[in-house]
Design a protein around this ligand. Structure first.
Ligand code: PLP
Length: 625
């Protein structure tokens, strides 16, 4: 647990069992009831499902909804806060229907609602948030159709709040609402002065893409007054960025937002809700610090800072406490899903051997390199420098046609052997070695993992996000190999570059030696927020097969696969790129038939090849192992 940080980023949901397999405790009310990942993998294999697959633990999703709502409810009670908490889930964080349905079901007792940021998302939330007591918050840029749909929601007695991001949206909304004779619920999104830090710092400040300046808010209020619609202004919203790593920024934002709310109330704007947006972070790297992939606070501290912070400002300003809304997406969904895949190969510089025995007339560079092997009198540092220098010279000599291919192969074999011997001698003799990290990086194997980073972990590529990656079994064996994880796309960017090792972030990670005839499964965790839905089809690798796991209520520790959602087949992926796969199959068949007619292929063989091509079209885009 220590080595891979499972106890730190696992948030109580993940641990390592005595059998060396990851254990999942998906229900926060029953922390001792665990599911064995090995059993999950075995059942998935028994169902005939190929890896890679996304595994969703729906009970974790429910737990996260309960924890957030109950923490707000309990803190509100303790603080004697007068308002209620009515949170919403922003579906952009994970729009999968099953995820949204589960969240709505778990959130029903708390009147937990949904947030949409685009027209298609609005159409989804209209269909899936039928609770008249739950909010539907409508953010993002809007056109007339968007606003008309929102007004339809009011006809359906939904608490749909149209959050105005730009003055022009209100100018469009007012005549539309009058024409359709519907009274809208209006929210105002404020551009915040507090500067958040981290990857999403651009969400606040003067140059933020969204929100209204104070001047614009005051002009809007004037406009609403003139139209006799001031009573429609119900909510004040802000969002200073996702994955807030420093609690001080949360406090600052709450203080600024609450002050703005209070001042608007004093001006006679009848606000009922203060919406603090998203930002509640996840400790992806397990460091509980202000790195971009962590946070230096707990959910309880976050909620306490919001509730007590708003209360303090409102009491000082003598205005009523607003109902509190938050739009946490990452915190609700990140833990519930993981990508499970297998290692399909190893790329190892030290693994290739060529006969290095001395040859007559061999070049001096080859002999020089040979002398470094077993040069026990040399300090490892000197040996390392000499080997590097001979290798560079050999490369130059090869370009000039001086060294032959076999001589280059000898130099290469000896070079990697020398590096590997140096590394072992460091352990044995306790030498101080300046380039240890560089040496370990060079010697690290590359484990070829059956997945695409661009499809399953987009943020690791795009913004250097750290996601925990852990072998799922053999965790009671010492991992002997240092390696990096590379994916199966034809792109050298398709690799993970940051790994959790102990309390540090490393450039490579210890894993176990691969065994012949035994699958080595690894899991990439905390992929439920954004990663699940943001991926693209680079190299035409499609969406993964999904396996939805539920716990048996009456049999602790037992689970069942409730649903399997097949991954995108090759033909579906090709169709999205405008290929007509029926035409493709016919074209290939025609060519095969031609060979059959020429007598170059037996008719039976021709049929077999045709069937095989069609089978591959219907099959998975990932490697079949
Ligand atoms: N609300 C708004 C307006 C957002 O832009 C975002 C994401 O950046 C969220 C909510 C969700 O934030 P998080 O995933 O950090 O909870």
């Amino acid at each position: 647990e220590e080595l891979y940080g499972v106890n730190r980023w696992g948030a109580g949901y993940f641990s390592i069992g005595d059998n060396g397999s990851i254990q999942i405790a998906p229900n926060h009310r029953l922390p001792d009831v665990t599911i064995d990942m090995k059993e999950v993998i075995d059942e998935i294999i028994a169902e005939g499902i190929q890896f890679p697959a996304v595994i969703r633990f729906h009970d974790i999703l429910r737990s996260q909804v309960e924890i957030l709502n109950e923490t707000f409810q309990n803190t509100i009670e303790d603080a004697k806060y007068d308002g209620k908490y009515v949170g919403v889930f922003p579906i952009k964080v994970n729009q999968m229907r099953e995820v949204v349905e589960e969240i709505m079901d778990a959130g029903e007792p708390y009147n937990y609602g949904l947030e949409a940021g685009s027209k298609p998302e609005l159409m989804a939330v209209m269909a899936y948030n039928e609770n008249p007591n739950a909010l539907t918050i409508l953010n993002g840029y809007k056109d007339e159709d968007y606003l008309t749909l929102a007004l339809l929601g009011r006809h359906l007695k939904r608490k749909m709040i149209i959050v105005i991001e730009k003055l022009s949206e209100l100018e469009m909304l007012i005549p539309l609402a009058k024409k359709l004779n519907v009274e809208p619920l209006i929210g105002l999104r404020s551009k915040m002065m507090v500067r958040s830090s981290g990857k999403w710092a651009g969400s606040s400040g003067d140059r933020a893409k969204f929100g209204l300046s104070i001047t614009e808010i005051l002009n809007i209020i004037e406009m609403l007054k003139q139209e006799d619609m001031l009573h429609c202004a119900k909510l004040l919203h802000f969002h200073i960025g996702s994955q807030l790593s420093d609690i001080r920024k949360v406090k600052e934002a709450v203080s600024e937002g609450a002050r703005l709310y209070a001042k608007l109330m004093q001006m006679g704007v009848p606000l009922e809700y203060l919406d603090i947006g998203g930002g509640l972070g996840i400790d992806y790297d397990g460091t509980s610090s202000t790195t971009d992939s962590s946070r230096n606070y707990s959910t309880e501290e976050y909620v306490a800072d919001v509730v007590y912070g708003v209360k303090q400002v409102c009491d000082l300003e003598e205005v009523p406490h607003p109902n509190l809304v938050s739009e946490s997406g990452r915190a609700i969904t990140a833990h519930h899903s993981c990508v499970v895949t297998n290692i399909v190969g190893e790329i190892r510089n030290t693994g290739n051997k060529f006969d290095i025995s001395p040859a007559e007339d061999e070049h001096i560079l080859v002999s020089n390199m040979r002398e470094l092997i077993n040069a026990s009198d040399l300090h490892p540092q000197e040996c390392y420098n000499d080997a590097a220098s001979f290798k560079t010279s050999a490369y130059e000599a090869f370009k000039l046609g001086i060294l032959s291919l076999p001589e280059m192969a000898k130099i290469d074999t000896m070079y990697w052997q020398i590096l590997s011997d140096i590394h072992q001698s460091l352990d044995r003799e306790g030498f101080v070695f300046q380039e240890l990290e560089e040496l370990e990086d060079m010697l690290a194997s590359q484990y070829l993992c059956n997945f695409s980073i661009f499809q399953s972990a987009a943020d690791t590529w795009a913004i250097n996000q750290v996601l925990p990656i852990v072998p799922l079994t053999r965790l009671n064996e010492k991992p002997e190999v240092r390696c990096t994880i590379v994916d199966i796309t034809c792109d050298s960017d398709g690799k993970l570059s940051k790994y959790i090792e102990g309390t540090e972030i490393s450039d490579n990670i210890p894993m176990h030696k691969l065994k012949k005839d035994e699958q080595y499964h690894v899991g990439m965790f905390l992929t439920g927020a954004y990663q699940d839905v943001m991926g693209d089809m680079h190299n035409l690798f499609g969406r993964l097969t999904e396996v939805h796991i539920y716990c048996h209520d009456d049999e602790p520790g037992d689970f069942y696969i409730e649903e399997i959602v097949p991954g995108t087949s090759a033909e579906k992926v090709l169709a999205t790129m405008q290929y007509n796969t029926e035409y493709m199959a016919q074209a290939v068949k025609k060519c095969i038939d031609k060979e059959v007619r020429k007598g170059l292929l037996a008719p039976r063989e021709g049929v077999r090849w045709t069937d095989f091509y069609e089978k591959c079209l219907a099959g998975s885009t990932y490697l079949k192992v």
